[in-house]
Write a protein that binds this ligand. Structure first.
Ligand code: DP6
Length: 326
């Protein structure tokens, strides 16, 4: 009873910030995202009566802070599969954890697929998105391929994700700029809880469905400029909500603002269509058309203090692999 899955982090075009049910990870609004091919988590899960206790190893270290959350999720799987066997879980990320690069999306989607397969559960893609969501809301979107919509729903069964476009649908690329690998102080799970204390939160919920429709239309029409402007509007709004919640959460570093301004500057001065977004962290992710990536990268080289640049294209969702980690 061993299975391994590889999954990709996704970045949301339309994000969620605030949950309507914390236990089930039901988001306050529907969201849209894309899976990123070069940000991966690979996870092997084995259930065996030879194990005396559960063990979790993440990035070659025995996990302490992630242990409880991981095992709580494994318990959901054990419960559904009606097994009591102990589990060995080993996981590796190819990018820094907890730096606002959505490691929970790739992490819990890989764990959902590997764990449910190792437990002998035969789940449909929709059921897998529901299961992954229980681990981390955004993980539901890393199960299907390509560009994905996660329907908010109002219960466990109808809050699920599905593909709206294939990975090859649009020749867009994401440029992930890592300028700090420090772990962020307030994780998304905690941040979601404060969202509604922002005086601007109700206003966000009033307009979000109209923004989702506009964004879906822009993607359908491959209207990159409209898409990009909505992308920035949405990312800034999420951070404004975070900054104005009680207590306020400031994810941005000086470098974050420098990169956002730099992005707008090369867009305006060099006539290069490039737009930013970011999740609950300090790392901006720039979106551009594939044909412009090289030029944009050559401009970005002039920026100081960037530790790593990862260029990603849209990717498939979570898949099983026979290459086990142990
Ligand atoms: C800002 O899904 O990571 O990235 O369910 O508590 O793990 P938990 O939260 P998570 O929150 C993601 C927040 C976000 C926006 C988004 O991805 O939609």
């Amino acid at each position: 009873m061993k299975a391994t899955a590889i999954s990709h982090a996704n970045i949301a075009f339309i994000k969620y910030w605030g949950k309507k049910n914390t236990k089930l990870n039901l988001p306050q609004n529907t969201t849209l995202s894309v899976n990123l091919d070069n940000l991966t988590t690979t996870t092997t899960v084995e259930f065996s009566d030879e194990f005396k206790e559960d063990s979790v190893i993440i990035d070659n270290e025995k996990s302490t802070d992630e242990f409880n959350r991981t095992i709580k999720f494994i318990d959901i799987i054990r419960n559904e599969a009606k097994i009591q066997l102990k589990a060995k879980i080993t996981s590796v990320n190819n990018f820094p954890k907890k730096s606002g690069l959505a490691s929970s999306s790739s992490g819990f989607s890989a764990l959902a697929l590997a764990g449910s397969s190792a437990a002998g559960l035969k789940l449909s893609e929709k059921e897998l998105t529901i299961l992954a969501r229980r681990g981390s809301g955004s993980a539901s979107r890393s199960i299907p391929d390509g560009i994905v919509e996660w329907k908010e729903g109002d219960g466990n069964k109808n809050s699920f994700a599905y593909k709206i476009h294939d990975k090859d649908y649009w020749d867009i690329q994401a440029i992930v700029l890592i300028h700090t690998t420090k772990e962020k102080k307030v994780g998304s799970t905690e941040g979601h809880e404060f969202a509604r204390t922002s005086p601007f939160y109700d206003q966000r919920l009033k307009i979000i469905n109209s923004r989702i429709s506009k964004m879906k239309k822009a993607i359908k029409e491959k209207d990159f400029e409209t898409f990009g402007l909505l992308l920035e509007e949405e990312a800034i709004e999420l951070h404004v909500i975070a900054m104005t919640s009680k207590p306020p959460i400031l994810y941005w570093e000086p470098k974050t603002i420098e990169i956002m301004k730099f992005c707008q500057q090369i867009r305006n001065d060099k006539n290069l269509p490039v737009y930013f977004t970011m999740d609950a962290g300090p790392q901006p992710v720039l979106f551009c058309k594939k044909k412009d990536t090289k030029k944009i990268l050559s401009h970005l080289k002039t920026l100081k203090g960037i530790e790593k640049i990862i260029v990603c294209k849209p990717s498939d969702g979570a898949k099983l692999t026979s290459r086990h980690l142990f």
